[in-house]
Design a protein around this ligand. Structure first.
Ligand SMILES: [Zn+2]
Length: 402
């Protein structure tokens, strides 16, 4: 059988067959791991070392997901080649694969053994350039200097707390970075304690990371897309080891094992109020836990934009400057991400109120990421059909006082 190299695939290539190893595979459940599965993600590599990102949509996940295992080689046919996503790119390249109900997957007789690791390192000193930038995932390499036990972290906008494990890495040149690994990945991350090798540097390659900002410092964050390889056999790990000149690195370990920690109580569920009851509350007496209301969206506030360019550092709105945007607070140019700021009037029959839905809440109302909706229209000042379609939909909101 003739297999097509991944680098030769083009949109509308319906009849090609590929021979690939599954280098990474993970599930994406949105910002909450307990949420419904949105898609299964994979990084594929062929025997020429070409890579491509591939996705199994949620509706095909039950059938196709179990047929694919990491580090195994498959012959795959009847897939769709599409334009790569513009955000959260795992590997470079203009296209991605989408598996469909027609996709055929069979275990290959000939295994692809190399390359074992697919990565494109971002040096530590470049990481601050990508704070809150969601265009691509980053891969980093460092020596572990500190590992904390996972901890429960409560979130005001989520019903359940999340697990986070903090670690520290050095690049062997004196620069140290903090990293946070979230959710089930926090408990999965382990570097075995071995008294025979404990002074030898433990080098780790992390793939699929994002750069975040907290209390005026950046840190690297690893969630569902994050994978790691301890002491990987790659040339950069050899150079890193050489830079240490035989220095010993004993990992500092701290924290209480998760089995001995009690999970924090979930925050109290806010009471249901009607809009009329809410309006009647003195702002100073508004419940600290907020409240809930069930309303129907009656119309949009058409005089205001439904999107804004949010500064990657402070999240505030950036101002136009020529064809660029500048954050007036941080005074930086073109470091922004478009976000929703969707104003509308809603009614529950007792009262009509103006509400604003931001970012993730607005995305769950509209059902599409803001970039997708912005791409669908020519003039951004017009109301696109996806936004107009929210009128008459009914939602239960948790409301906070701003
Ligand atoms: Zn800013």
């Amino acid at each position: 059988m003739v297999f097509s190299p991944l680098s030769s695939l083009q949109p509308r290539d319906w009849h090609k067959t590929i021979h690939v190893r599954i280098c990474r595979k993970w599930e994406f459940h949105g910002s909450n791991e307990n949420g419904p599965l949105q898609h299964i993600d994979m990084v594929l590599v062929d025997n020429q070392g070409n890579t491509m990102y591939a996705e199994i949509p949620a509706k095909e996940a039950d059938k196709l997901g179990p047929m694919i295992q990491v580090d195994r080689t498959y012959v795959i046919a009847r897939f769709k080649v599409c334009n790569a996503k513009k955000i959260f790119k795992s590997v470079p390249g203009p296209y991605m694969l989408e598996f469909t109900c027609h996709t055929k997957i069979s275990a290959a007789t000939e295994q692809i053994t190399g390359p074992k690791y697919i990565y494109n390192l971002t040096p530590f000193e470049k990481l601050p350039e990508f704070i809150n930038d969601t265009k691509k995932f980053h891969d980093i390499l460092g020596i572990i200097t500190e590992i904390n036990e996972p901890e429960w972290i409560p979130f005001s906008n989520q019903p359940n707390p999340s697990l986070r494990r903090d670690i520290k890495l050095t690049d062997g040149c004196g620069q140290e970075i903090k990293m946070a690994i979230w959710g089930s990945k926090a408990t999965q991350f382990k570097v075995p304690e071995d008294p025979n090798t404990e002074d030898r540097p433990a080098i780790v390659l992390f793939t699929g990371c994002l750069v975040k900002y907290y209390q005026e410092n950046f840190y690297v964050s690893g969630y569902s897309a994050c994978h790691w390889y301890i002491n990987p056999d790659i040339p950069e790990a050899g150079s890193l080891l050489n830079r240490t000149h035989g220095q010993s690195y004993k990992i500092k370990r701290s924290g209480i094992p998760i089995a001995q920690q009690s999970q924090p109580e979930p925050p109290p569920v806010p009471d249901f109020l009607t809009l009329q009851e809410m309006e009647a509350i003195d702002p100073y007496e508004f419940p600290a836990t907020g409240c809930r209301c069930t309303v129907t969206i009656v119309r949009l506030v058409e005089t205001q934009n439904w999107w804004y360019p949010a500064c990657n550092l402070c999240k505030k709105s950036c101002l136009p400057e020529g064809s660029s945007y500048r954050c007036p607070k941080c005074n930086i140019l073109d470091m922004y991400t478009y976000k929703y700021k969707l104003p509308f009037f809603a009614s529950d029959g007792t009262e009509e109120s103006e509400m604003i839905a931001f970012a993730a809440v607005a995305q769950s109302i509209v059902g599409k990421p803001v970039e997708t909706v912005m791409r669908s229209i020519r003039n951004r000042d017009n109301i696109p059909p996806d936004i107009a379609a929210i009128i008459s939909s009914k939602f239960t909101f948790s409301v906070a006082m701003a």
